[in-house]
Design a protein around this ligand. Structure first.
Ligand SMILES: Cc1cc2nc3c(=O)[nH]c(=O)nc-3n(C[C@H](O)[C@H](O)[C@H](O)COP(=O)(O)OP(=O)(O)OC[C@H]3O[C@@H](n4cnc5c(N)ncnc54)[C@H](O)[C@@H]3O)c2cc1C
Length: 419
């Protein structure tokens, strides 16, 4: 009998799950029918939106960071390009603008989105005095605004958490430092990061290191400050604190998918209530979630979606075979943090173990360094684009990097000394 698997969302998580499943089905389970539904004709390499505003070579136009989504649909996957309008987990049916699709198992990878309208004063200034880089169009508009910038107060503001890739605003301000230095404008620009976090990052050791690094670059950090309002001259926090700006770069509040809340699977903000170890939905059977639309306590990052995809496929196939899903997901995240001037930091962590110094992926040999600014880490970040297109999305294994975090090469003693 054929088993129908429906995957919703044609971004990073949806494509990786579909491709991994199709390969598995081809090898061992030819009775699987895999259908992927999503509405993106183009797939954006989202980390590229960080470099687009600075017109970094290789990241100058949308064509540099986008490919046709159909390029990544492997053999054995039926791709339906339609907008999804409803999910019914009782009838096991998904509705799109053009029809209905039944399923035996459902995978949700609907991502999350930025909501400019959530902040008073932001919509009317968006693309004029206030900019962003979390969508392709806003990143392009910001490139123009940066080219016209002539010095003054450049403020990078995180409206509230959670956001995708929590290190991206930090990377942006470091790249701005580099860019303005090259243009001879740095000495007449005050760079300020305004964040709802207690410092540059959430995890203590990394936070200390990154906050110190920003201070070394003369970048001011305003912590514990979420965004309430934007005017023509300043931003305001809920406690009345204000920060003046000449050019504002905001990461607006994020929301998951209304489809998830409407189906009774969400937390009220569109993020699915997800068992953080099995990646099963908490509110319905035969539903798995991965990527940005979950509420699990790890970064919303492509690396996380990729690691989770392997576990979702493993658990899905176990359930189809009549066995229980295993608690394998550990929140593994692996992120390069571009720090400007041709250097980057690499962090590797999970739900329980915060980023620590060390070598990656191999002990002693590395060649990459954890929690340290190096040139090689920067080259690693640049190498990630071809790896994303040619290995990650098509579901090819990435050597030495597992879906669960390894402590090999990590200076775990640092954690004990802090206790
Ligand atoms: C500026 C920036 C820099 C980043 N840098 C990094 C980085 O360096 N490293 C890293 O690991 N991650 C990074 N990320 C994060 C990473 O890109 C995301 O976490 C990742 O793409 C999440 O994958 P996803 O499948 O959950 O969501 P997405 O890739 O966003 O996919 C969601 C898909 O669902 C579809 N969809 C949603 N609703 C519907 C509907 N109603 N009907 C049909 N289809 C629908 C969308 O069209 C989309 O294709 C960055 C993100 C940004 C914005």
């Amino acid at each position: 009998m054929t088993t129908e698997i429906l995957i919703l969302g044609d971004g990073t998580g949806g494509l990786v799950v579909a491709n991994l499943l199709a390969k598995q089905a081809h090898r061992e389970n030819p009775d699987l029918r895999i259908k992927l539904i999503g509405n993106s004709p183009k797939h954006t390499y989202q980390p590229g939106m960080l470099f687009l505003p600075f017109q970094t070579p290789g990241y100058r136009t949308l064509a540099d960071i986008q490919r046709d989504n159909t390029d990544f649909i492997g053999a054995g996957i039926e791709y339906v390009r339609e907008r999804i309008t409803a999910i019914d987990t009782t009838a096991r049916r998904v509705t799109t603008e053009r029809g209905e699709h039944g399923y035996d198992w459902l995978v949700l990878a609907l991502g999350c989105r930025t909501v400019v309208d959530a902040i008073e004063g932001l919509p009317e200034r968006w693309g004029k005095r206030a900019h962003g880089f979390y969508t392709p169009d806003s990143a392009l508009a910001l490139a123009q605004a940066l080219a016209n910038f002539d010095g003054g107060d450049l403020v990078v503001d995180i409206a509230e958490m959670p956001i995708k890739c929590p290190v991206a605003p930090l990377e942006f301000i470091c790249l701005a430092d580099d860019y303005l230095t090259r243009r001879g404008l740095r000495s007449r620009t005050q760079l300020t990061l305004v964040t709802p976090l207690t410092g540059a990052f959430t995890k203590p050791i990394c936070n200390e290191m990154l906050t110190g690094m920003l201070a070394g670059k003369d970048i001011k950090v305003v912590p514990n400050a979420s965004l309430a309002k934007v005017t023509d001259t300043h931003i305001a926090c809920p406690d009345g604190q204000t920060v003046p700006y000449d050019l504002l770069v905001t990461i607006p509040p994020h929301e998951g998918s209304d489809l998830i809340d409407d189906a009774g699977l969400g937390d009220g903000l569109g993020f699915g209530l997800t068992d953080k170890q099995t990646l099963k939905a908490k509110k319905a059977e035969r539903v798995f979630l991965l990527g940005d639309n979950t509420n699990v306590p790890t970064s919303k990052a492509g690396s996380v979606a990729h690691f989770q995809a392997e576990i979702v496929v493993h658990n899905l196939l176990r359930e189809i075979a009549g066995r229980e899903a295993q608690p394998l997901a550990d929140g593994h995240a692996n992120c390069f943090i571009e720090t400007g001037h041709g250097r980057a930091i690499l962090i590797d962590f999970n739900y329980d173990i915060q980023p620590v110094p060390g070598r990656f992926p191999l002990p002693v040999i590395g060649p990459l360094s954890l929690l340290k600014e190096t040139r090689l880490n920067h080259l690693g970040k640049l190498a990630f684009k071809p790896i994303y297109w040619n290995m990650l999305l098509p579901g090819r294994p990435i050597p030495l990097v597992g879906s669960r975090m390894s402590t090999l090469g990590k200076q775990m003693g640092v954690l004990e000394r802090r206790h």
